[in-house]
Design a protein around this ligand. Structure first.
Ligand SMILES: [Zn+2]
Length: 219
């Protein structure tokens, strides 16, 4: 399917990012497992999915359960999938600038270590399609909020006297600072704004942008 980008070459895990889905309900029926999506609110809350499948307010989910696809939906924000092949644990993170500034990826990694004894150096991370530095101009309040979580400034781009940020790079820095190996992080190059014909872009399309998804599940 050309609207799916698969990540993590491992027979025991299915992980993929979609492009904009016009008909999510039909797409859902094509999936091999039941799905779990949290109620996203730009928080830094990490939900540990155990027996109860009632959707909770959270912007990250982790679980060691098999035969369930955990996912998040985005329109410019960064979808992030995490896999711990050693302990067989998965995670899905929704990181917009607010979540990134609150350290949601860092907190998700910590929770995987705390709850499931994952080792940070074994974690594999995939950063999905999002609005990149080319197109994401922000105000100073965003830069200030980001700086509180991320010491390195490599994600900030100065362009025509304005500030742009690259949320994918900001999250990579956060993961590496937390102890994830750089070679274990995959970042897709697609920019949702540059490719707004294929992706939902809140900046480009506004509130009726629609959504793309990131999903991960274990067999
Ligand atoms: Zn762009």
């Amino acid at each position: 399917m050309d609207h799916i980008i698969t990540v993590f070459e491992d027979k025991q895990v299915q992980a993929f990012f979609t492009k904009k889905l016009e008909d999510f309900e039909t797409f859902k029926k094509s999936l091999p497992f039941k799905i779990y999506l949290p109620i996203q609110k730009h928080t830094d809350w990490v939900h540990v999915l155990e027996g109860n499948f009632i959707p909770q307010i959270a912007d990250a989910i982790i679980t060691n359960r098999k035969s369930v696809l955990i996912g998040i939906k985005t329109a410019d924000c960064v979808p992030i999938l995490i896999y711990c092949p050693d302990k067989k644990v998965i995670g899905a993170v929704h990181a917009g600038w607010r979540g990134t500034a609150k350290g949601i990826l860092r907190k998700t990694i910590k929770k995987m270590v705390e709850i499931y004894s994952c080792k940070k150096e074994n974690l594999l991370i995939a950063i999905g399609p999002h609005i990149r530095g080319c197109c994401y101009e922000v105000g100073e309040e965003v830069i200030d909020a980001m700086k509180s979580q991320i010491s390195n400034n490599d994600y900030i781009i100065s362009k025509n006297g304005k500030f742009h940020i690259d949320l994918g790079i900001a999250n990579i820095i956060q993961a590496i600072e937390e102890g994830v190996k750089q070679e274990n992080i995959l970042k897709l190059d697609e920019c949702t704004y540059c490719k707004s014909n294929e992706y939902a872009s809140y900046r480009f399309h506004g509130k009726d942008a629609g959504r793309q998804y990131g999903f991960i599940g274990m067999l």
